[in-house]
Design a protein around this ligand. Structure first.
Ligand code: SF4
Length: 457
């Protein structure tokens, strides 16, 4: 199965000696949304609020919040923090090999630090080794599964048309999300970040700048310049972009990254991007995207930065399945084109949980069969390790996990509501954005009709 199964199992034994629910990511991973003052560790549990008063003389409070300290205590005692339910569900499912908690335990930003974590007193604040930071929700896209909290374009749509009306009241109503502070408001979170950075920086192994769309935010370039002036040879620096901006932004990014590379200020520079399926399907899901421009931009990046990698986040959802065969072909060709004896194009396929109407669990067994074909395609191009350009066993295992997730339906009521809301949402989406679901997804007419019938019930 996994090339590194033995390593994971060895690590699991070590984790279990601490406790059966111990997870290093709760200590060493942080995503921090500075625009709205929220955080989580890792990215699977819901975000929670950072209280500004906890940051006074304590900028590390951006990560070591009372909630996370409490969850760490629970994990040390072998309890299961409720926010980590996706891991507990995976660990209870006999068809799933490993949860994220288990898979990540062998990552180089967790494994070497475990002994130190276990020995440190629980109340001791820790520095993350993997930090994902967002300065603002400014974004030129409005992806179907995103929200005004994370995209100003979404916010503008809701301001213009009002919330969506789904089964359980108005959806994307202001009461459903926490909006970031306004640009002219004092932001204690951004302020605390700049205070914290000099102390935090030597501990960081991975720093990922995300958004909204970080390339249209001034603090991103300020940070890139700061990094250029402060070498950290252990750091892998990543920037997350939708690659859907006018060329001048790409040029500025490339110039700043080249300066960092020339100064040998970091271990490596990598890019992250997101796309969840192929071509027109991807454009429909991610309003604002032009797939051919996206394809062109990432090829330019991979050509200009020949020792860098590109990681593609594919948030697997109900609209991913139909075009996923084309997506995998495209990915394989991209991998082969830019392969230079080692892998340069990575893919991660976390499954989307919410909003429920986009959850792949809403699909009928016909779509499970398609998933099996996609998995078979990857297996037909299976490679032993990342020195070759095909798909690894770990990637196939992740797709298998998506398939078992799809088959595991919470309840008939959940399914009815989610399917009904699929129709409500995309009917309204088409009206507001002048799109046509059936023109883009004619192969999903069965799903559309089934969802429409739930509206009439
Ligand atoms: S969701 Fe899983 S991987 Fe994330 S912190 Fe919780 S147990 Fe760890």
């Amino acid at each position: 199965m996994f090339g590194d199964k033995a390593r994971i199992d060895e690590m699991l034994e070590k984790l279990n000696r601490v406790s059966p629910t111990f997870c290093g990511a709760k200590w060493l991973h942080a995503t921090i949304h500075l625009g709205s003052g929220e955080t989580h560790s890792c990215y699977l549990p819901p975000v929670h609020k950072i209280e500004p008063e906890n940051l006074i003389d304590n900028p590390g409070g951006l990560h070591n919040t009372p909630e996370k300290m409490e969850q760490r205590q629970q994990m040390m005692k072998g309890e299961r923090p409720s926010g980590c339910h996706l891991c507990w569900a995976a660990e209870d499912d006999p068809n799933v090999d490993y949860s994220d908690r288990q898979l990540r335990s062998v990552d180089d930003w967790i494994m070497p630090h475990l002994d130190q974590l276990v020995e440190a007193p629980l109340e001791k604040p820790v520095y993350p080794t993997y930090l994902e930071i967002s300065f603002s929700n400014k974004c030129n896209f409005k992806c179907s599964y995103c929200s005004p909290q994370f995209s100003t374009s979404w916010k503008a749509e809701i301001d213009k048309f009002g919330p969506y009306k789904l089964t359980e009241g108005p959806y994307l109503h202001e009461s459903h999300y926490r909006l970031p502070l306004k640009p002219d408001q004092h932001n204690p979170y951004v302020e605390a970040f700049w205070q914290w950075l000099p102390d935090l920086y030597p501990h960081l192994q991975y720093l990922r700048v995300t958004g909204g769309e970080p390339l249209i935010v001034d603090d991103t370039y300020k940070l890139l310049n700061w990094i250029g002036d402060h070498p950290n040879p252990n750091l892998v620096l990543s920037v997350n972009s939708n690659f859907g901006l006018p060329e001048k932004y790409q040029k500025k990014l490339f110039a700043d990254l080249k300066k960092i590379e020339a100064a040998k200020a970091v271990r490596s520079v990598d890019m992250f991007t997101s796309v969840d399926t192929y071509g027109a399907h991807a454009e429909y899901l991610r309003t604002g995207m032009d797939f051919s421009e996206f394809d062109k931009s990432i090829r330019e990046y991979l050509t200009e930065f020949s020792s860098s990698s590109l990681s593609i986040m594919c948030t697997f959802n109900a609209l991913s399945v139909i075009g996923f065969g084309d997506f995998l072909q495209w990915l394989l060709e991209l991998r082969r084109t830019f392969h230079n004896g080692t892998r340069r194009v990575y893919i991660d396929t976390p499954h989307l949980n919410g909003p429920s109407y986009l959850n792949a669990k809403t699909l009928t067994p016909r779509y499970w069969k398609l998933m099996e074909q996609h998995i078979a395609f990857c297996e037909a191009h299976l490679v032993d390790n990342e020195k070759q350009a095909g798909f690894t066993a770990a990637e196939v295992a992740r797709l298998r996990r998506v398939l078992s997730f799809m088959k595991n339906i919470p309840s008939p009521d959940w399914l009815t509501t989610a399917r009904r809301d699929f129709y409500f949402f995309f009917k309204e989406h088409d009206r507001r954005r002048r799109t046509s679901f059936l023109d883009v997804f004619p192969e999903m007419e069965d799903h559309w009709e089934m969802c429409r019938q739930f509206v009439e019930l």
